[in-house]
Ligand binder design. Structure first.
Ligand code: G16
Length: 543
């Protein structure tokens, strides 16, 4: 095979964010842009003879073209084989499983997750390491630094691979194998959960609705829920994959999964509903007229894990990102297992799972998962809930309320202000930091500030330190407000405000979170001067 060396010049904006490099499609379509980043990934690796690369994406616009380019570059850079999902599709958790199962030299996942797709929308790319997890910061920093100095990339001029045909294509010493993107993952799920109990639940009068949001999980949901578990086809909505996600915003939350939310809060609502995002790693769980916050979902899965076959022998420990509520901490305390608090970003859980320190982890950003892969996993979370509902024979609402009655309720909400000009967002954060010395001991209504800081994390496994992970204002009563800038947006900056108050009194548990947190929400705006600095009077998204 003839390797061509193509001259290029660096782009200086290829710094991976919370989860890989995410930019507008038009940015990726600039000559050499994708190639520069892919070459920077390959240059950061040692590629031994016989190395195999996993490759797939969420099927969004530009997925198919990018895959053909990456195959040519993998061949030129010394990989002996690429495993690619049929149609160029692999959900993020399925890709993580393929990397682990076939022990490949990591994988490249093409996705901008929950961000919209289409010619004017978003595309993304990230490298996952051989443990199946997102590359840790030391690797993403190496990739970024190579990208700033890159002078050339390599490719082999191969014919386009037919991605729709399963099987092996041999091209000299290099091969491409198109694999079924669903089967390995569905087999894994079937090995972990009590499918017989869930099948029996579906055969009863229990009804579900799963919203694939026109994104990658559609075929996975069809195989698992309808084929293997016997749910009627009407249980699925928006499960036809589309490269623009049907023109929608494939983010499973109360704002963007509006169609499903209307069904859940309408008459004839299903007993259980769920949605997942663009690349299948996020989830939203709902009962009849009832929303489960992701933080509560993690805590409830942990408390009921013994009902799930894969976890019946117990949990090694649990982990949550710093802005995620402390609900799971209470469960861990009662179970007498460790609970770790990491920065936002799934990549921080990898070391803890590899070292067997944690079994379950989760984030407030609609991500929950376990050590079965090294990514968060939307359908896995849905199956956890279905398994728990089948075992407890209670409604989703009853399970959550019983949990609150036992542990108390960590009342929680996140307010997002999207598309803020970067200077204004930075001004908000700077204003908060400037008050670090003066806020402690100040009293605001029922809240007295205990401490405030910018969260830092020292990885207990490799000792690496991550600074600047979010501003925390901690109150004496245990409540807190966290302010962070998102690391996944592509339009200006997104300010996230995370609000949490602990409520032990069962008589208050029925309150809507926005009502229960009203005083704290006002305080967050006062402390940050957000309205004054940005001119925004209301959040874009409330979850
Ligand atoms: C990614 C990361 C998550 C993170 C989320 C939100 O999710 O994998 O770990 O919690 O972004 O990050 P931010 O608050 O910085 O926007 P996904 O589903 O977008 O890959």
């Amino acid at each position: 095979m003839q390797v061509s060396l193509i001259s290029t010049t660096p782009f200086l904006d290829q710094k991976p964010g919370t989860s890989g490099l995410r930019k507008k499609v038009k940015v990726f379509q600039q000559a050499h842009y994708l190639e520069n980043f892919v070459q920077s990934i390959f240059d950061s690796l040692e590629i031994p003879a016989g190395a195999v690369l996993t490759l797939g994406g969420d099927g969004r616009y530009y997925n198919a073209q990018a895959i053909q380019t990456i195959i040519k570059m993998a061949a030129a850079n010394g990989f002996s084989k690429v495993l690619v999902g049929r149609g160029g599709i692999l959900s993020t958790p399925a890709a993580s499983h393929v990397i682990r199962k076939y022990q490949t030299l990591g994988g490249i996942i093409l996705s901008a997750s929950h961000n919209p797709g289409g010619p004017d929308d978003d595309f993304g790319i990230k490298y996952n390491t051989p443990n199946g997890g997102p590359a840790p910061e030391k690797i993403t920093e190496a990739i970024f630094s190579i990208s700033k100095a890159i002078q050339q990339y390599q490719l082999v001029d191969l014919p386009a691979i037919n991605l729709n045909q399963l099987g092996l294509t041999q091209l000299d010493s290099f091969s491409v194998e198109v694999i079924d993107p669903v089967r390995d993952y569905a087999d894994l799920m079937e090995s972990m959960f009590d499918f017989a109990a869930i099948r029996a639940l579906f055969a009863s009068s229990f009804s579900i609705k799963f919203d694939g949001m026109h994104a990658v999980t559609g075929p996975y949901a069809q195989e698992i829920f309808t084929q293997r578990l016997g749910a009627p086809a009407t249980s699925l909505m928006n499960c036809q994959v589309s490269e623009t996600f049907g023109g929608g915003h494939p983010d499973p939350n109360l704002t963007y999964a509006e169609e499903l939310v209307k069904i859940v809060y309408g008459s004839n609502a299903p007993d259980f509903a769920a949605a997942s995002d663009g690349d299948g790693d996020r989830n939203m769980i709902l009962g009849k007229g009832f929303f489960v916050t992701p933080s509560d979902s993690l805590a409830i899965i942990a408390a009921n894990a013994h009902l799930i076959p894969a976890y019946k022998s117990g949990l090694a420990g649990v982990a949550r990102s710093m802005p995620t509520s402390g609900a799971v901490d209470r469960v861990a305390q009662k179970m007498n297992i460790d609970c770790y608090e990491t920065p936002t970003g799934w990549k921080f859980f990898g070391n803890l799972m590899d070292a067997d320190k944690v079994t379950l982890c989760g984030e407030e950003s609609f991500g929950t998962g376990s050590n079965h892969v090294r990514e968060k996993d939307g359908l896995w979370a849905v199956l956890c809930w279905l398994n728990i509902v089948a075992a407890r024979k209670q409604s989703v609402e009853a399970i959550v309320k019983a949990h609150w009655a036992e542990y108390g309720r960590n009342v929680y909400s996140r307010h997002d202000y999207e598309g803020i000009p970067t200077e204004q967002a930075n001004a908000v954060m700077a204003h908060l930091k400037a008050q670090f010395d003066t806020l402690p001991s100040r009293v605001f209504g029922r809240y007295t500030v205990a401490t405030c800081d910018d969260f830092s994390y020292t990885d207990p496994v490799d000792g690496s330190v991550s600074h600047g992970q979010g501003i925390r204002v901690l109150f004496q009563c245990g409540s807190r407000i966290v302010f962070r800038l998102s690391g996944t947006g592509t339009d200006g900056a997104t300010i996230r405000i995370y609000l949490e108050a602990y409520e032990p009194d069962v008589k208050q548990h029925h309150l809507d979170a926005q009502v229960a947190l009203a005083e704290m929400i006002q305080l967050a705006l006062t402390l940050s001067q957000l309205v004054e600095n940005t001119g925004r009077n209301a959040p874009t998204v409330i979850t």
